[in-house]
Design a protein around this ligand. Structure first.
Ligand SMILES: [Zn+2]
Length: 350
């Protein structure tokens, strides 16, 4: 009973927070939204990746509100056209999904179809090829299934307790931070592979369970509302890849693989992870050299006319579960929505 009241209160706050979320979305000339999972919430206490999912109810609320606003929900091609022709008469929003999860087909696609809203899916080709390493979820599984975890950190064998939600969460955050601080993606993946081998977590199974296969992607891609974008082959943090040639191949090959599988060549790209530690000037330049019309980061921000000069370094706004909720609460409480977002009112392409 008490739980229900708290939850209802929270949801109300969440929904009233939507106005605050829409305000920055409607700033500038437009914005690009980032989503990952759309699926009913799970009850588990330990959900360190909860920030990557929103519920279908929340998602439908968002679509309904977007539909009512005087804003155009447009495809990436149309956004590109508006930048090239400097057609900024009307504000716009692009809806994008990263990684190609099965729940997109099950929950998001029917809603987007119902409201007739265009959107894009960025596919890392190793995921439908069933070779994807969703290392952040593999780490979650290792910690969820074990009460004590041993691993070698900086050459030293260490053991950590993970007996309850709090300990699991702290351990997840600690190891995640340690992994992200590593200089190369290869080193990081090796640590996760070793952990998974020790604690019997089947990395390919996570990919099979959660990600669409090519047939499922083809079902979605068939819709005139859908744009399929590239998201590299192996979903690596490109900035941490030493070789320029590898970065180039990751972008270019993913485009060819998608073209071979679906018959259309992607014109748009999303950098995996996409924050400043994962995509920088080298990546923006290579994407441009390869002729991508646009490429998106996860640097937060709305779009301004000046982004027309930086079409392979576009910011997005994350529509994320936990993280966004906390932001709403903060924004609501401080009443400084505009000031909060003004921090990001600059082109960030360095
Ligand atoms: Zn991704």
């Amino acid at each position: 009973m008490k739980k229900t009241i708290i939850k209802t209160g929270f949801e109300t706050l969440y929904f009233s927070g939507m106005h605050h979320m829409l305000r920055p979305m409607l700033g500038g000339v437009g914005s690009i939204l980032t989503l990952h999972h759309v699926r009913p919430p799970r009850k588990d206490g330990f959900q360190p990746n909860r920030l990557l999912e929103v519920s279908p109810i929340f998602f439908e609320g968002l679509l309904r509100r977007l539909k009512r606003r005087r804003v155009d929900v447009i495809s990436l091609d149309e956004m590109h056209r508006r930048f090239i022709e400097k057609d900024f008469k009307r504000r716009f929003v692009c809806i994008t999904f990263d990684d190609g999860y099965k729940d997109n087909l099950r929950w998001a696609h029917p809603l987007l179809t119902k409201y007739e809203l265009p959107y894009a899916l960025y596919i890392p080709t190793s995921f439908p090829d069933r070779l994807g390493e969703l290392w952040w979820l593999a780490l979650e599984a290792v910690i969820a299934q074990n009460d004590r975890i041993g691993m070698v950190i900086n050459g030293e064998e260490r053991y950590f307790d993970a007996r309850n939600v709090r300990e699991k969460r702290e351990l997840y955050d600690g190891i995640y931070g340690y992994l992200r601080s590593m200089k190369t993606e290869d080193e990081m993946r090796k640590v996760v592979r070793d952990l998974c081998a020790t604690y019997r977590v089947d990395i390919p199974e996570i990919c099979r369970d959660l990600c669409m296969d090519w047939e499922e992607i083809a079902q979605i891609a068939d819709s005139p509302l859908v744009t399929i974008g590239a998201h590299t082959v192996n979903h690596m943090m490109l900035k941490k890849v030493p070789s320029d040639a590898t970065v180039r191949a990751e972008m270019d090959m993913s485009r060819s693989v998608i073209e071979a599988a679906l018959g259309t060549r992607p014109q748009h790209l999303a950098y995996p992870v996409g924050d400043p530690t994962s995509a920088g000037p080298r990546e923006f330049r290579i994407a441009q050299d390869l002729g991508f019309k646009t490429a998106v980061t996860t640097r937060p921000g709305v779009l301004f006319k000046a982004h027309g000069e930086h079409l392979t370094a576009l910011p997005r706004l994350s529509v994320n579960g936990e993280f966004q909720r906390q932001r709403y609460v903060k924004v609501l409480m401080s009443g400084s929505g505009t000031a909060f977002w003004n921090r990001f009112r600059r082109v960030s392409a360095a």
